[in-house]
Design a protein around this ligand. Structure first.
Ligand SMILES: [Ca+2]
Ligand SMILES: [Ca+2]
Length: 156
């Protein structure tokens, strides 16, 4: 086997350095809810089709007890689509439901506090904080504003 000369080794090292990882010229900023939160209107809650507050479905200053009807802030295909939510409200919490809040049947919920601010990926959250009630992702069908003590299950 032929021994490499010092010059050849040096050239090889230079070659290695040249084919090393290039610095990323324009690393796109990762999507986050932080900028949405900074720009959110005081008094409103927001819901988004995507995680990280991408693809706004709508915003609401009041309640909308059916996200699939043709009235109020969320309508039609908005139901069962939210994947992230944000709370810039004046009340303590937004209470999200798995079903429209009509009738008296048990309706699993998850709440987002004003202090929490936003839940950037609802696939991390289960209704009632229990997998038995299903993921909150793509499953919210209603919301109401409630006082701090009105919720037991909190989104994170
Ligand atoms: Ca979605
Ligand atoms: Ca509605």
């Amino acid at each position: 086997m032929r021994k490499l000369s010092a010059a050849a080794v040096g050239a090889a090292l230079v070659g290695i350095s040249l084919v090393g990882p290039l610095p990323s010229a324009s690393a796109a900023a990762a999507a986050t809810c932080a900028d949405n939160y900074d720009n959110a209107l005081a008094g409103y809650m927001y819901a988004y089709n995507g995680a990280n507050c991408e693809g706004q479905l709508g915003l609401a200053v009041g309640n909308d007890q059916n996200w699939g009807d043709s009235a109020s802030s969320f309508q039609g295909s908005d139901t069962n689509r939210a994947s992230s939510v944000l709370n810039m409200g004046r009340y303590s919490q937004v209470k999200f439901f798995a079903n429209p809040t009509t009738g008296s049947a048990f309706n699993p919920h998850i709440c987002l506090t004003r202090a929490e601010g936003y839940a950037s990926n609802l696939s991390d959250d289960y209704f009632m904080e229990d997998p038995v009630f299903g993921s909150a992702n793509n499953s919210i069908s209603a919301h109401i504003w409630v006082e701090l003590t009105a919720c037991s299950a909190l989104a994170q």
